[in-house]
Each structure stands twice: as C-alpha cells, then as structure tokens.
Design a protein. Structure first.
Length: 136
C-alpha cells in the first residue's frame, strides 16, 4: 500500500482522525516512523517516565470528566490571577463554590447544591459518548 501521507502536517491531520490504535500504527508505518527507532524519544527525555504516563486516566470517560474538571479549575484560577489573588494564597477562595460566588454568581453560596440521584443523571450515558470522535 502506498503512503497517502505526503508531509508531517498531513500526517498530523490524519492522526487526529484515527479512532483506533491500529489506525495510528498503520499511519505511522506508512510514513516510515513506526519502525524507525531514531524517530522516537522518551516522553520528557526520561527513560523511566511511568509515574507521568501511568498517572493518566485509563478510561476515556474518566479522562473526559478529568478534562472538564481541569477546565473549571483553570477558569477559577485564571479569575483569581485576574483579580490579583494568588490561588494558593490566604485571601483566595477556599472552595470551588466560594470561587464561583466571588467571581461569577453571588447567589451560589446561598443555594443548596442539587443532589441528583442516578435516575436524574441518566439523560446522557457515558456509553453514548465516544471521546475519539467515532459515532456509537
């Protein structure tokens, strides 16, 4: 099979479209990278990097939830910095609810957080979501 990838830019775009490990390996093999040991480096240039790599979520669903939580954390930390507050300082909000109340919605602290049971949360199931972009 002839390589359908002409340059690194096209390879990158093609890799973004892969939904399986086999698809990634096939593309990298076609481009001549998969078996070329000189094309690869250790992540962070550290041979023993399992503490970094192994700390990632193994489930795509958990990884997506982690991304959302990290995004909210980043927004709240950015709001602290924009207000001239060090997020780890003594004058920073102590909880996420307090940060939302301080920077976005003053009524947040007055409200009781909703307690949703499993039935209430079942409108969207994780099995209906494919993080790789593939349709169920």
């Amino acid at each position: 099979m002839g390589s359908s990838v002409v340059n690194e830019y096209e390879l990158c775009l093609a890799l973004l479209q892969c939904d399986t490990e086999d698809g990634v390996i096939a593309l990298l093999s076609e481009a001549g990278y998969w078996a070329d040991r000189d094309a690869w480096r250790y992540f962070g240039d550290l041979e023993n990097n399992w503490s970094t790599i192994g700390n990632q979520q193994s489930s795509p669903h958990a990884a997506m939830v982690e991304k959302l939580v990290n995004a909210v954390d980043a927004i709240l930390m950015g709001s602290c910095y924009a207000a001239g507050i060090e997020p780890t300082g003594s004058n920073a909000p102590r909880t996420m609810r307090a940060a939302v109340a301080q920077f976005f919605d003053k009524t947040t602290l007055e409200q009781t957080p909703p307690r949703l049971g499993r039935a209430s949360r079942s409108g969207v199931k994780f099995d209906d979501i494919e993080p790789g972009g593939a349709s169920p």
